[in-house]
Design a protein around this ligand. Sequence first.
Ligand code: HEC
Length: 172
Amino acid sequence: MRIQKIAFALIIGGVIIWGGSLAIAKIILPEKNPPVKHQDPIIGKQSDPILKRSCFDCHSNETRWPWYTYMPVISVLLAHDVDEGRGELNFSEWSQYSLKKKTQKLKESIEKIEEKEMPMKIYTLVHPETIITSGELAFMRKEISESGISIPKERSSKKREDEDHKNENEHD
Ligand code: HEC
C-alpha cells in the first residue's frame, strides 16, 4: 500500500515537472519553427551546407527538435539557447540584413568558429559532427571573400587582436 502511494506520488510529480518544463519552453519559444523567410544563399554553395549542419539549430528557423529536446528541464535550457541564438543571428532572415550587418555577422561568426566558441561546446558534445574543421573554415573564408565581403584575416598574433579591437572601437 505504502509503496503504491510513493510510486503514485513519483509518477504525478514526474508528470508535473515534465509538463511544467514543456510549458516554460513553449513560453520562451512561442513558435518553435516560425516560417522560413528566405532561401537566398548566405555565403555560397560550399559554405552554406556547413552553416546548415553546424549553426542552423540555434541560428535559423529550421531548428531540429529530436526527442530529447522534449525532456524535462533540457527543454527549457534548449529553448533558451535557441531563443538567444536566433536573437543574435538568424540565417533565415539573412536577406533582410544590411550589407553592414552581414559583414559584421560573418566576421563574428568566423571569429567564434576560430576560437571554438561556436557551435557551443555543450552542443558539440552531443553533436560532434557539427564541429567545423580547419579545412572547412578555410573554404568559408575563401567563399566569403569571393562574395565580395571582406573580413579580417586569421589572427596569428596578439597584435592582430589588438588591431581588430581598435577597428571595432572606431566603428562604434
Ligand atoms: C546550441 C546552439 C548554438 C549553435 C549550434 C550555434 N550557436 Fe551561435 N550562439 C548561440 C547563443 C545562445 C548565442 C548568444 C550567446 C553567446 O554569445 O554565447 C550565440 C551567439 C552567436 C554569435 C554572436 C556572438 C557575439 O558575441 O556577438 C555568433 C556570430 C554566432 N553565435 C555564430 C554561430 C555560428 C557561425 C555557428 C555555427 C558554426 C553557431 N553560432 C552555432 C547558440 C548557438
